[in-house]
Design a protein around this ligand. Sequence first.
Ligand code: GCV
Length: 687
Amino acid sequence: MLDAETGTDAWLRYSALSQPASKSYESLPGKIVPLNDRLVTKTAQTELMAGISKMLGKTLREGGASPLEGSIVLATLADLHALAPGLHPPEQLRADGYWLKSAKIRESECLIIAAPSDRGILYGAFALLSKIARGENLIALDEMQQPYAAIRWVNQWDNLDGRIERGYGGPSIFFADGKVRSDLTRAGQYARLLASIGINGCTINNVNAAPAVLEDSFIAEVSRIADVFRPWGVQLSMSIDLSTPKIVGGLETFDPLDLRVGEWWRKKVDEIYRRIPDFGGFVVKADSEGRLGPSRYGRTPADAANVIARALKAHGGVVFYRAFVYNHHLDWRNLKNDRAKAAYEIFHPLDGAFDDNVIIQIKNGPIDFQVREPVSPLFAGLHRTNEAIELQITQEYTGQQRHLCFLIPMWKAVLDFDMRVDGNAWAVKDLVAGRVFHRPTGGFVGVANVGMNANWLGSPLAMANLYGFGRLAWDPNPGAEKIIDEWTRLTFGSAPLVIKTIAAMQLSSWHVYESYTGPLGAGTLTNILGNHYDPGPESSEENGWGQWHRADHQGIGMDRTLATGTGFTGQYPPEVQTFYETLSRCPDNLLLFFHHVAYTYVLHSGKTVIQHIYDSHYDGADRARDFILQWKLLEGQIDEERYRDILARLEYQAAEAVVWRDSISSWIYRLSGIADHQQRVPANRSD
Ligand code: GCV
């Protein structure tokens, strides 16, 4: 485990700049002037003073606006207007946006951080610090930043006993032994990290929620977590179990349309806001994987979401209702059955039935965070309903932080995917942000699952996924290259070889992982009934979970076409549907998601499916081994502690990649009976 300094501060290390680098900041004002004394602005001030002192060895003087002298001014737009009426941002700033501006006020050279709200000021302060840490020029600074969407949240799947479902960075920072931890230092540090990348909400407990979270005594405990989030502008929210009115409330029903149930939610929500005035809202997982839901009473997700939304409305809270609703007892013998169809089938007919403070939280793909999936068609299927995309930062199916897998390229592909809504170019990022259908809210949710490990996610390089999620939630437009460059400079410094090597490794890592775990869109061929980590392709078949890839002696893949398959492709807008439906057009990397083909089917690449599977696994394992060589170039270039820690992880990954390679190659050889042209697969080698 890495020590507190290298781990806890993550990308907020504020390492001292070298002499020549710090010289370019000599003209930075020596005084800091906050124009209000509210909590979040104070946080911005403290952070700026600490960061500038650590990076530049310069102590900012605190002071008021008279005399102004040369100052860093922290101001709401209203306060800026009062101080300097002629100064205003070039465009109107939305909530949480900010403006960084070098300007003369009353003859004094100032650096202004201005925003509509205190939270925007804090985000501006972090942006300024990031620029200094990365050696950016501040001369004639004039930069306006607006968040792409209002919702930029993380979810934690923490259980009250301290364990985290699919968490790989140690136990919960919030809970232990059924209670909120007495020491919440880490929770406060987490809120700082989140705020630094523009995240404005955090759901603290597992979506498989314990009803006990809504007991009054527990809410009182939870309010202590909200207290440590508040200085960072991070709103707290909770996952809830829909049967809570019955289990905790003692009612005989949790039917959302029963008036007593509505009244119960209203009183409960009022109680929460009495203790946590800036409470964000609830996340709901219902009728899914054994969770109770409105179907128990023949009610719809809209009935369930709205009754809670109405209780929250008066306080400004929202309900995230997860679209991850499916039957996990599907009959696998029926070739028309398809778990991928569930979300659209359930939620599309309800479009327009949800209140305007309900947000449908949709996983990026229609199955479950596999190493590659097409985008969920539901993103294009809700025109009169708010939506948010759910991305998984914790690497459940993507190597559990033990394999390097930088997920930003995957998320970029999803967010930039053109859904051709009504024949127009609308990307997923625009749909979820509510820009296409002018929705009141929407945005981005990431399942983070950080833990008590000093390094949060348990692996230093995996932290790029948390950083990248925040950056994309703020603005999904920059490329993965820009994000990894920023993160590396902030985390490891700006030596060219370090930047180049880490960027190259991270940027290729998703493809490498995919190539030895689940190429051609078959899904991660892992043990789905167990740890979701080891190879286990057989576990997907012949059960009701619906993560089928339908491999048999002749071929592999799920036929999801309208013509002959499950009809899933019909859920997409027509142009996307035709693209995937048509075998000759379907991209190789999603072929087996949409089509069942013979092993001898020839890909666009000119290879047969079976040979591609062999080659991909051998190539992937080789490339995982090459990561070690790449990393070794950095010996002496970064601190010994992180160098050794990461080296050990890469050596482990390279060995695991061989296990995956041999396991999947032998399995597919046994099934298909078709030999690898290169005679590498153990089961068909003559040696
Ligand atoms: C929190 C997958 C995971 C579960 C998770 C579920 C969900 O099935 O394996 O651990 O439950 O998704 O997103 O609700």
